[in-house]
Structures are given as C-alpha cells and as structure tokens.
Design a protein around this ligand. Structure first.
Ligand SMILES: NC(=O)c1ccc[n+]([C@@H]2O[C@H](COP(=O)([O-])OP(=O)(O)OC[C@H]3O[C@@H](n4cnc5c(N)ncnc54)[C@H](O)[C@@H]3O)[C@@H](O)[C@H]2O)c1
Length: 336
C-alpha cells in the first residue's frame, strides 16, 4: 500500500478505460476509489476497490468522497464519448464533459487535491494536416466532443496558474483490446468501436459496416491507431508518478504509432476467432480523415512509456478472450 500519497479517485472507473486503469493502480499497491454514476459503466467492472455510485454534478458527494478516502490525486475518465452523438445532440456533452469537469476541478481546488490525469482525445486535433500527429500539431476540433475536451485542457492550464493544479492530459487515439488476464473488457451500449462490432458480426449479429472503401490508403479503408487499453492504463500510472514526483504539467499524445486499416482489423478478427466477419460497404462518414495516427515519442522520451501489445492480432486476442467468455458483456444492463 502507498501510505505516502493519498488514495486515487478514478471518475468513470466503471467504464472501459477507467476500469483497466483502476486495476493497474491496485496492482501498483495504490488505494483506489471509483466514482461513477453507472450511466454507461458497470458494477461488474469495479472488482478491486470501492465504488461510489454518484454523479460528477453531485459536488457534495464528490467532496465527501475525497475527504472520506483521503484522496490525493484524481484520474478523470468520466465523460460522454461519442463523436457522432456530440454533433447530433451537443448539449449533454457540454453539460457532462465541460460543466461536470469544471465542477470536479473546483472541488479539487477547494479540497487541496492538486494532481489530475485527464482523458483527452485525438479529436482535439480535428482534420490532421500531417501524420504522425505530434503534440505540436494545431488543435482545431471539428465536433463538440473534441471542443469540450480541448476547453478542459485549456482550463487545466488556467487552474494551474491561478490555483496550483497539476495535470497530465493524455490524448488517446483508438483504445482497443481488453485486460490480458481476461478479467474485464469492453462493453459499450450501443457499441461504436470496430473490434467489438466485428465480433458481433462474426457471431451472427448485423454485418459490420465499413465506412468508405475509396480513401487514398493501400486498401481504400481508413487507417487508425489502435492503442491497447492496458498500455493506456500503464501510461496513466506513469503520468501519476511523474506528477507525484513534482514533475511539470504535460500534454501527451498516446497511440501505438502503427496505423492499421479497417480491413487489417477485420482480417485480424478472422484470424484470431476463426470466424468470418460479414461486412458491407457504407458511405464515408463526415469528418472521418483517411489517416489518423499518433507520434507518442514525447511520452516515450519523458516518462519511458512503451506500448507492449501492439500488433492487431495481439490486441484482438485480448479483446476476444473476454468477449468469448462474456458474450453478454457484464450482463448488468439491457440494450439501449
Ligand atoms: N474509448 C476510446 O477510444 C477513447 C478515445 C479517446 C478518449 N477517450 C476518453 O476516455 C474516457 C473513457 O472512455 P471510455 O471508452 O472508457 O468510456 P466509457 O463510457 O466506457 O466510460 C465512461 C464512464 O464515465 C461514467 N460517467 C459518465 N458521465 C458521468 C457523470 N456525470 N458522473 C459520473 N460518472 C459518469 C460512465 O458511467 C462510464 O462508466 C472518456 O473521457 C473518453 O472521452 C476514449
């Protein structure tokens, strides 16, 4: 147990990435408390620590949790995270991702909790003008989701100058895969991510829709950067150590640096599962760039982070292990 530093408050820790980070923290010997309203998360994903079921907007409960658990740092995953939904209905995105997070930052300042690791996103960059995308790339989001995340990145800088908050914002590219021990995995309802959708198609669900086959890429489908969720979790642990050691606030891009096409991923799913993935061509989606991948050179240099699970087959293998054992996900939520 780490007695020197307080507990880590993991907001959104019943969700996909937050639950993997909570596991990684507990394995590091850290005390962890998950704070999640279960709007998209699962009780069954919180297996190694306490779960406080409450909303970010409930600042009285947030404050009490920070006091009760003697929280020393925050990892903030709780958010709405669908680009398409944010365009169709931006209001909840501003409420949850912007107002909810500002409320959290105010409570942190009031309680004297300074370090925060913030889940940012590749969507802060908008249409890339060059790849791989480094931290020096312009930030020009093209949807409300990316706007809300960028606004918080900026607020973190202002809160540091005025109130001493310390932050690491991690801009993830496409999180993928599942816990290599098979204990937790990805269960979004509805699902929007390629690998679980390919599993559903392979198991007799709706055929996978491939959005655009006429991009200027080797096989015509979009190239994306899939970063394994446990590698993401590991980056959070390193970022926390960095801040706790007195390191300066940072913004880091996080990807595995090797872009894979949609068809590469489908082929990996077929190899790993031994099943055919029925798919159908669909129109390009607005705002989908042909190629999106990260340079993670800065976090590798500064914090010594390295992706450890980076081939499509390895990533799919971990996801399939959990999916095959849990065809109904965590089983605590009905479709919708
Ligand atoms: N999944 C990706 O590929 C990806 C890529 C880039 C960035 N991100 C960011 O990473 C974070 C986690 O993503 P995820 O895929 O794990 O999402 P997720 O939906 O699985 O997890 C989010 C969790 O936050 C909780 N939550 C939402 N609003 C809340 C509120 N107001 N109060 C308390 N809890 C609340 C949900 O119940 C859920 O458990 C998000 O901030 C997302 O924007 C994800």
């Amino acid at each position: 147990m780490d007695a020197e530093h307080g507990a880590i408050l993991v907001t959104g820790g019943a969700g996909y990435i937050g639950s993997h980070a909570a596991k990684a923290l507990v394995q590091e010997g850290r005390r962890v408390v998950v704070y999640d309203n279960l709007s998209a998360g699962h009780r069954g994903a919180v297996r190694w620590c306490d779960l406080v079921v409450a909303d970010l907007h409930d600042t009285a409960t947030l404050r009490a949790t920070i006091r009760d658990y003697r929280v020393g740092a925050v990892m903030h995953f709780a958010a709405l995270a669908s680009v398409g939904d944010s365009v169709r209905d931006p209001s909840p995105y501003y409420r949850e991702n912007l107002e909810g997070t500002l409320g959290l930052l105010r409570v942190m300042v009031g309680e004297g909790v300074r370090p925060i690791i913030f889940s940012s996103t590749a969507a802060v960059f908008g249409e890339p003008t060059e790849t791989p995308i480094t931290e020096a790339h312009d930030t020009r989001p093209i949807n409300p989701y990316g706007e809300t995340k960028l606004a918080i990145e900026r607020a973190l800088g202002h809160f540091e100058r005025a109130y001493g908050l310390q932050s690491v914002a991690l801009r993830y590219f496409n999180a993928a895969g599942a816990d290599p021990q098979g204990e937790i995995g990805e269960d979004h309802r509805p699902e929007a991510h390629l690998i679980p959708l390919a599993f559903e198609a392979a198991r007799g669900g709706a055929p996978l829709r491939v959005f655009g086959e006429d991009y200027p890429t080797p096989d015509g489908t979009c190239l994306r950067d899939y970063i394994h969720v446990s590698d993401l979790a590991g980056a959070h642990v390193l970022a926390l150590r960095h801040l706790e050691a007195g390191g300066a606030s940072r913004r880091y891009n996080l990807g595995n640096g090797h872009p894979f096409s949609v068809k590469d991923v489908i082929a990996a799913v077929e190899r790993v599962t031994g099943l055919r993935v029925p798919w159908m061509p669909a129109a390009r989606r607005e705002g989908d760039p042909s190629v999106l991948f990260a340079s993670s050179a800065r976090i590798q240099r500064d914090l010594g982070w390295r992706p450890s699970i980076s081939s499509p087959d390895e990533i799919v293998q971990t996801a399939w292990r959990w999916h095959a054992a849990h065809p109904h996900g965590f089983g605590d939520r009905t479709e919708g």
